[in-house]
Ligand binder design. Sequence first.
Ligand code: ADP
Length: 520
Amino acid sequence: MAGETRDGNQDLRPLQAMLDTVPDGVVIIDARGCIQAYNPACERLFGWTAAEVLGRNVKMLMPPPFREEHDGYLDHYHRTGERRIIGIGREVMGARKDGTTFPMELSVGQAEQEGAPVYVGIIRDLTERRQAETALREREARLASILETVPEAIIVIDERGAIESFSPAAERLFGYKAEEVTGRNVDMLMPSPYREQHDRYMSNYLGSGVRKIIGIGRVVSGRRSDGSVFPMELAVGEVNLAGRPMFTGFVRDLTERQATEKRMQELQSELLHVSRVSAMGQMSATLAHELNQPLTAVINYVKATGRLLERLGGQTAGGQEGGPDGAVVAKVRETMDKAASQAARAGQIIRRLRNFVEKGHPERRPESLNKVVEEASALALVGAKESNVRVRMNLLPDDPSVLIDKIQVQQVLLNLVRNAVEAMAACDRRELTIATAQDPDTAGLLRVTVSDTGPGLAPEVAAQLFQPFVTTKQKGMGLGLSICRSIIDAHGGSLWQERTSDGTAFHFTVLAVPDEGDEE
Ligand code: ADP
């Protein structure tokens, strides 16, 4: 502080010491804007030394456009007394010697020196504070964008069950806006009877520490704003914020997954159905083929017997005594005729059976191969993630169309992918690739390949892989591959297996739908 010296002059030394040591910059200017004092903190801030700035206009410490405006600003203040900074303080930009700028907080006070006004500016560098604020904002934005994209809905509640925060995914899932639910009891997101039990559950937990969900996670029901109920997986964590317990719930919607599982079951039962039908078809075809031969033989024998009878009958008509009785011959002929017509009927039935089997052709339509493959693979891979299989899809970029019965070909894929996943169950490396390509051998065919890094075929199945009832699995039927082959055969393609350097590949081909522009 300034004190009085013995001769009555003000002792400025304490003031000077203060100016030299304060961390804030201090600049004193006169009414024209000329710098009268400039402390060491200012030297550090602006990069100019006191010697370089004393006596010069303060606007040198400002970047444009403030630099140009400053004279006018001082004039305006002198004429009108209207203050914009003095006594107020605000955030402005400063300019360093090297031309860079920085945010600073400037407070200006007015004093009098020898009858003339001087202005004292106190300057605080805001660079670090701004950087910290920007970093904080960025962190918040990052967190918000993570929260925005995390597929799980996140709900934070306090120890009374009141909702503290509600993520965007939670908004989408439950159909409430965060502001509609914040502060309300979380039981509003539950259907009865859980809603009524929740408060009691929470107070039980807080009293006894017995956990039913916290740290465990389980499948429960949620209730949307429209009252509809859906299955969800809930994992709850507990955090202690300044002595207050808070609970964070991670919610995953299971609607889709359950729908997928249902669709999967449907497809599976369809597969079973197709397999029965096609097994029956195979059986009928075999029967027709096998029965045809003996039946033709029977018909031939009957015809031959008829001819023999003819001859016998002629002799009888000759009136030889003691020969076969004419009436008996006629009776035998009648019986033989009946046998012949029954045999002919059996032949007709077999022809009809064959017609039926041949007509059992699939309903073929043009389909997007990629879509068919993606959909079937997705279904087949439900659960594969849990078994840690890495899946790669290598699909033709031009998404060609193929002429197929979609359901049947998807069943082929399902079977191949499932076999591959099962084959890799005991392997360390589990990689599955599903690829589509032009068939390198035949134009107009597209090739689908399912390859795995499994151990390859067991020797006992290798030789007769596509025969029915060949399996190495305890619960296997060994029907999958034989049905797959008949499905692909019926489509005019082929299905085969290949031993690869790191596992097994199954390939099949289907007919491409020619592009409109293609000249045939
Ligand atoms: P299932 O799956 O009921 O056994 P499949 O006809 O689909 O009937 O398969 C027959 C057998 O072929 C399987 O039991 C298995 O031993 C073998 N197999 C099929 N795919 C693979 C594969 N990708 N790797 C190794 N073995 C396989």
